[in-house]
Design a protein around this ligand. Sequence first.
Ligand SMILES: [Fe+2]
Ligand SMILES: [Fe+2]
Length: 307
Amino acid sequence: MSTLDEILPKIKTLGIIPTLPIVVQPLISVLQMEPEQINFEKVVELISYDSTIAAQCLRMANSPLFGRQNTETIRSAILALGIKRIEAIVLSCCLNRIVPPEKWALESVTFWRHSLGCALVSSRMAKLIGYPDSEKAYLAGLLHDMGILVNTVVCTDEFRYCFQIAGRGHKSLHLCEDAYLGFSHCQSGGILAEQWKFSTDLRAVIEHHHDPEPAPVAPPLVALIHLSDLLCRLRDLGYGYYEAMGVDLSGEHAWQVLVEYYPKLAQIDLARLTLDIDAAMEEITTVVDAVFKPQPSGSHNAAHLTK
Ligand SMILES: [Fe+2]
Ligand SMILES: [Fe+2]
């Protein structure tokens, strides 16, 4: 059994893992500028250097979320998606690259369905409750479980065991990690988030999304992602197995946090909100399936991409 102290040095080496393409660092730096300072042509150029990122941008731009626009160029994909959405795609592609295919305990498609589902639910919920930055909510939803990838890489066998135990017992994965590893993907994800210099808000989500009560920063964002994660796991966008849990939204501490920050929520009919999210779930599942549906080999590869 590993302890967090033992895996810490391993996690730190992920920060300099050479598989991160050279294009990514300048791209992230450009994308994190103020919107009015971003050089659009530079973004198009940097994305065109990386066929995986470019292909994922095209897939997303052509998904039902953006109206299946038959987008064929990187430039029009970026225009359709918006710069903020590009940052989320770039970071998720980078994260995907840290996991060698043979190390996955849960299917990579299952993981990304859950992450994208959570991103979409988070951004939808953000708009419904009046949270001011739905793109930030999307990014936080997409990356909240990145510690699962860290555990998959740095303690592969022990994490696989946790995942099997959780699946067989219909238990929550983070509780099995706590019991068998002594830490969960919240802590290991937090370490990688620090290493990759994520914002403090994003780190707070990654570290506290299963236990939002003590979130030291960004309590509303952490609460929002906590609830989106629960809703996804309850509605077939979880980790690929049934989890025995019931959720009463109004009884969740995270909901109380949101009501505290957005008092108007106290007047909201919770049954109606749940129905709205349920209705969105159908659309979200369609988007997730469109993005992760296996592509015919050779489609959207580097040879087909044009700026
Ligand atoms: Fe999680
Ligand atoms: Fe999650």
